[in-house]
Design a protein around this ligand. Sequence first.
Ligand SMILES: Nc1nc2c(c(=O)[nH]1)N[C@H]1C(S)=C(S)[C@@H](COP(=O)(O)O)O[C@H]1N2
Ligand SMILES: [Mo]
Length: 351
Amino acid sequence: MNAISLEELQLAARNHALPLEALRWDVTPIGLHYLLTHYDIPEVDPASWRLEVGGLVERPLSLSLEDLRARPAVELAVTMECAGNGRAHVEPHVVSQPWLLEAVGTARWRGVPVAAVLDEAGVSEDVIEAVFTGLDRGLEGGEEQAYERSLAVGELMASDALLAYAVNGVPLPPQHGFPLRLVVPGWYGMTSVKWLSRITLVDEPFAGYQQRHSYRVRQEEDEAGVPITSIAPRALMSPPGIPDFLTRARVVEAGTCELTGRAWSGRAEVEAVDVSVDGGETWAPAEVGPAALGRYAWQAWTFVWEATPGEYELCCRARDAAGNEQPLAPAWNLGGYVNNAVQRVSVTVPA
Ligand SMILES: Nc1nc2c(c(=O)[nH]1)N[C@H]1C(S)=C(S)[C@@H](COP(=O)(O)O)O[C@H]1N2
Ligand SMILES: [Mo]
């Protein structure tokens, strides 16, 4: 068992996960959506707040919330997952937000396509990236910084990325980026910058801390590593039966038990979910539902289990249409990122 420090507990108490029983909702009630904030939730006065679009553009823009709301809106159901999801299961232990495997949620984000706003500003020819800057500030790796991330401008213009001011039919709550956030469907959450204040078009690669140091798969400190982009496949199950208070191990009555859950991948449509009741020795296919919420949101799956008395380890495993499949065991990297090893749920079926 990996030991968690009080500092990690402090992070975990601020940044909560999705309670797994909340997988029952296709759209996550917003208070149950996972949450990750590196620094503090900033205070924003919506009347004086503006989104500045500048750098190498033909027409710099300064847009109020009303300006944005007046533009044609798009709503997208998006499954968002933290790149650190699964971190607490990697060994040796990686010190950071200690996610188990529930740093995920699906919401209906509403706002203005980023591409439309950039078109309006007129992106200059030599621009390669857009830098998205949040209002939140803090220290990380000894560097004082605003939370900032960039995206390649070609990719952005061709994407369905949104500047979202509403979620599940209500204005963004403070913790999810009020008044405006970026939402990049299919990408790990770090890309979707909250509390947006500025978009800056640049002609050289952005080298801010969250781009150059964090969110890269690296084995060694001095290695450049591979930047983290789209979400690897994962299936999760709503744990069946009832939990033990402390261990959360499950007790399920003997008889027919319908296992249910969700599966997603930011890389391609989910093609298959397999279920094991013996810790991954043997597998059988689950029934996977359609992409009912569109191509950026999770799909439901079900599996009928005839539970007989005994001890079980239930597992589920997703594969996408591009052939990406969840591994059985975690892979280690410095940041503890992108660990999509299969979920394991201990179950007792009493006689
Ligand atoms: N400004 C800002 N944006 C941010 C973050 C942050 O700390 N500050 N955290 C990022 C990370 S790591 C994730 S996983 C998602 C989480 O979004 P949520 O809290 O709305 O679920 O927001 C991203 N956007
Ligand atoms: Mo994250």
